[in-house]
Design a protein around this ligand. Structure first.
Ligand SMILES: Cc1ncc(COP(=O)(O)O)c(C=O)c1O
Length: 394
C-alpha cells in the first residue's frame, strides 16, 4: 500500500526494493541443463515418467542424506522431498493439528487456527508464546521466561535477524525440548550461507534426532524459488509423548496430501548436490553475500547498529528509540528504497528494519548511492531526535 502511494506521489522515481526479496541470479548452467535434458526425455517413450514416490526420488533422498547431513547419521528414508519449505511448514501444522501449543512462528499457525485473537495494543496473537530474540540476548530466547509448548519453531540462520545460532545455543534448545517433551521444527533454509563454525543443521547436536524435525529448501541453496523444491527430515527416533513415531504420521500426511515434488525439479536438485553443482551453488551464494556485505558496510558507516549479513542474506538494522514504520517511511521518502519494518515479524522487531540483499548488482550499487546521497540531503535519523540530541550534548 505504502509503495503504491509512494509511486503515485513520485511517478518518475526509480524505486529500489530491498524488501520482500527473491533470488535474482540465474541458475548455474549445469543445473538448468540437467532439468532441460530430463524434460526432453519426458517427450520420449523410454524417458517418460508419471507419478513418482510421494516421499521423493530415492536417489535425491540419498544425496541429501549423504551431502547435507554428512556424518550426522541421517538416513535417506528419513528425508521427505517437498515442493518447498513453506508448503512443508503448513503440512507440519496439519500433522500437529490446531490444538498444539506453539512457540515463535506466527504465519502458518494462524492459517491452521493455532492462535487466538490478534491483540492490536501489543501486536501479538493470543495462544502463541513469543520468544523475544535481540542483540540483548544474542538473538536467542531466555527459555526461563517462555511457557512450555508442544512445538517450538526455530529458524537458523534466522529470517529476519540474520543470526545463525551457535552450538551452545542449539544445545540449550535441544535440552529444553527434551526436558519439556516439546518437538522442535527447525528451519535451516539458509544453512548454506553459514561461513563460521555455527552448526548447519540441528542434527549436529547430540539428542536432536529424538526431538527435532528439520525443514529445508533448494530455494536459497540454489535459487530454486521458482523451480520449487525442498525437503523435511523426520528421524525414526522422534516420537510423540505416547511413544507413537512421528515419522509414520508424517509419511501418511505426505501420501494423503501430496503427490510428490515435480520430477524435473528433483532432477535439478540432484544436479545441485553433485560436486560441480555444490561448487556452482556456493558461488551463487557468494554473490548474495557480497551484496549483504555492501549493505552492512553502508549502514555501519552511517553509525547504525547492523546485525546479520555474514551467515545470511539478511541485514537487520537498529534505529534506537524509533518506530520501524517511521524509519521505513523516512527511508522511502528520502531514498525511494523499500525495506521491511521489523514489526512485520512480531513485536520484538520494533526499532529494526530488515533489508534482504537479493537485488541485482546494478540495483545494489544504485541503492548504495541513494543511501549515501541522503548524507548530504536530508539525513536519515539513526535514533529518535531526543536520543540524538542527548548524544550530541555528550
Ligand atoms: C527462513 C525461510 N524458510 C523458508 C522459506 C520458504 O522457502 P521455500 O521457497 O522452499 O518455500 C523462506 C522464504 O523466504 C524463508 O525465509
Amino acid at each position: 500500500m505504502k509503495q503504491i502511494a509512494h509511486m503515485e506521489k513520485y511517478p518518475n522515481a526509480k524505486i529500489i526494493s530491498l524488501g520482500i526479496g527473491d533470488t535474482t541470479e540465474p541458475l548455474p548452467l549445469l543445473i538448468a541443463s540437467a532439468m532441460s535434458k530430463y524434460s526432453h526425455l519426458l517427450s520420449t517413450k523410454e524417458g517418460y515418467q508419471g507419478y513418482g514416490a510421494e516421499q521423493g526420488n530415492k536417489e535425491l533422498r540419498n544425496a541429501i542424506a549423504a551431502t547435507i547431513y554428512k556424518d550426522m547419521g541421517i538416513k535417506d528414508t528419513e528425508v521427505f522431498i517437498s515442493d518447498g519449505a513453506q508448503c512443508d511448514i503448513s503440512r507440519i501444522q496439519l500433522l500437529f493439528g490446531s490444538n498444539a501449543t506453539v512457540a515463535a512462528y506466527v504465519d502458518s499457525s494462524i492459517i491452521i487456527g493455532q492462535t487466538g485473537e490478534y491483540m492490536r495494543h501489543s501486536g501479538t496473537y493470543g495462544g502463541i508464546e513469543y520468544m523475544k530474540c535481540g542483540p540483548e540476548n544474542m538473538f536467542f530466547p531466555d527459555f526461563a521466561g517462555v511457557l512450555r509448548t508442544d512445538i517450538i519453531f526455530f529458524c537458523s540462520p534466522n529470517n529476519p535477524t540474520g543470526h545463525a545460532a551457535s552450538r551452545e545455543q542449539l544445545e540449550q534448545l535441544v535440552e529444553v525440548a527434551t526436558r519439556n517433551g516439546s518437538i522442535i521444527v527447525y528451519d535451516s533454509a539458509y544453512s548454506d550461507y553459514i561461513s563460521d563454525d555455527s552448526p548447519t543443521s540441528i542434527y549436529e547436536i547430540p539428542g536432536a534426532k529424538e526431538v527435532a524435525i528439520e525443514i529445508s529448501s533448494f530455494s536459497k541453496l540454489a535459487g530454486f524459488t521458482g523451480v520449487r523444491l525442498g525437503w523435511t527430515v523426520v528421524p525414526h527416533e522422534l516420537s510423540y509423548s505416547n511413544g507413537f513415531p512421528v515419522h509414520k504420521d508424517f509419511d501418511r500426511i505426505i501420501c494423503t496430501c501430496f503427490n510428490g515434488a515435480s520430477n524435473i525439479a528433483q532432477r535439478g536438485g540432484l544436479a545441485c548436490l553433485s560436486d560441480e553443482g555444490r561448487k556452482a551453488t556456493k558461488n551463487l551464494i557468494g554473490v548474495y553475500k557480497e551484496n549483504a556485505r555492501v549493505l552492512t558496510d553502508t549502514f555501519a558507516s552511517m553509525g547504525l547498529e547492523v546485525y546479520g549479513g555474514t551467515n545470511s542474506p539478511y541485514v537487520w538494522v537498529y534505529f534506537p528509540g524509533r518506530k520501524s514504520w517511521d524509519v521505513f517511511t523516512e527511508i522511502l521518502e528520502k531514498t525511494h528504497i523499500i525495506t521491511v519494518p521489523g514489526t512485520g515479524f512480531g513485536p520484538g522487531g520494533e526499532g529494526f528494519i530488515r533489508e534482504k540483499c537479493k537485488q541485482k548488482t546494478k540495483e545494489k550499487k544504485e541503492g548504495q548511492k541513494a543511501k549515501e546521497k541522503k548524507g548530504s540531503e536530508g539525513r536519515i535519523h539513526p535514533s529518535s531526535p531526543r536520543e540524538e540530541a542527548k548524544g550530541e550534548q555528550e
